[in-house]
Design a protein around this ligand. Structure first.
Ligand SMILES: [Fe+2]
Ligand SMILES: [Fe+2]
Length: 367
């Protein structure tokens, strides 16, 4: 069994990939510890190049984290069924979400199921190639919501202290700026950057007064779009680093589903009613009235505006942004960390995720 870390020894042909993958298939179950060659099992790449394995493993970890918080949303505000089991719903929270769209519960359910299939597929693919999958089970340590309807189990992520960056809103509405050129964008909901807010009821005490539970649902509505615009960028960013056409196909096939999620959610977020949460002063502004009116904020401008791409000398183009590949994995991890999703997580968790991100960012096409 070969576990070379020399990029030059990987590759040759797809047929060789497949043969090697089959030959080392059982190694995917080795788990922690060192392999005979001294390569940490953590970094084991089997029949994939180390770079391809690292990118897939980081994405599998991200998708596992996404699944964990989407499940929390589904338990309280989605549709609990055999496709997405767990929880029994919170009627007041579900009703507040339905103010954004009467089909919100179904969309939450479907997004949750999609994330589950993303990490399950990528991990199964890694194992089929003899590469180590991403397994975050040891980090399921965070508490559940105490609200009626949530499962009382340990979680990977925290939806109760979010600081949501809603600059994605203006980023996709700008005609002259692009984050890949170093541009920054104002948030649609400035208040969400100025504190820590729940996106699910923390307990049944959060179910009233009405403007409080509506503010929690509004926070969720903008958080959904924040998360999925991140996925919309991370797949094309990392796709530029893969080697095997089949791995590229995986990234190119999953990535656009994140974009479908984002497009749905930013449309729904635009329906969040303007209000002030009486318990903490969080303001959701009217994005169609002064001072927010205009092209950068209007709620019906949900198609990406054309903007600068690659060079200002080219004509503007309607694109996903950012798609810069340098540091993309670490950037994605930082965005989720700044979002507050990992508040309460252990130092070991951050080290684990940073190692995965650094390995993904170090990947090079052909290596
Ligand atoms: Fe996903
Ligand atoms: Fe997603």
């Amino acid at each position: 069994m070969e576990h070379s870390v020399q990029p030059s020894k990987h590759l040759s042909s797809r047929r060789s990939f497949l043969r090697k993958g089959l030959a080392v298939g059982a190694a995917g179950t080795l788990g922690a510890g060192l392999l005979a060659t001294g390569v940490p099992a953590f970094a084991q790449s089997g029949g994939l190049t180390p770079g391809d394995a690292a990118i897939l493993r980081f994405l599998a970890a991200l998708e596992t984290l996404e699944t964990d918080f989407w499940q929390q949303y589904n338990e309280l505000g989605g549709v609990q069924d055999s496709e997405v089991p767990g929880g029994s719903g919170s009627a007041p929270y579900t009703a507040a979400l339905a103010v954004l769209d009467s089909d919100m519960a179904q969309y939450i359910h479907d997004n949750t199921e999609d994330e589950f299939t993303h990490f399950t597929f990528i991990n199964a693919y890694l194992v089929s190639k003899g590469a180590a999958p991403a397994n975050l089970d040891q980090f399921r340590t965070l508490p559940s919501s105490k609200a009626t309807g949530a499962q009382k189990i340990k979680r990977l992520t925290n939806l109760m202290q979010l600081t949501v960056d809603t600059s994605f809103w203006t980023k996709y509405r700008s005609r002259t700026q692009n984050p890949d050129f170093g541009d920054t964008f104002p948030p649609a909901v400035p208040g969400l950057l100025q504190g820590q807010f729940p996106a699910i009821p923390r307990s049944d005490k959060d179910l009233s007064p009405p403007d409080h539970i509506q503010a929690i649902a509004n926070t969720a509505g903008f958080h959904f779009a924040f998360i999925e615009q991140g996925g919309t960028s991370v797949y094309p960013s990392l796709a530029q680093r893969v080697t095997d056409p089949e791995v590229l196909r995986i990234l190119l096939s999953i990535g656009p589903t994140e974009t479908m999620h984002f497009q749905t959610w930013q449309d729904k977020a635009g329906n969040a009613p303007p209000l002030t949460d009486p318990t903490n002063g969080l303001v959701f502004p009217n994005l169609n009235a002064p001072p927010f009116d205009g092209e950068d904020f209007n709620t019906n401008l949900i198609m990406p505006e054309p903007t600068i791409f690659l060079s200002r000398t080219f004509p503007v183009c309607s694109i996903i942004r950012p798609t810069e590949t340098e540091g993309a994995a670490m950037g994605a991890l930082k965005a989720l960390t700044d979002d507050g999703l990992f508040i309460g997580q252990s130092k070991a968790f951050f080290t684990f995720m940073q190692d995965l991100a650094a390995a993904a960012d170090a990947a090079r096409p052909g290596g």
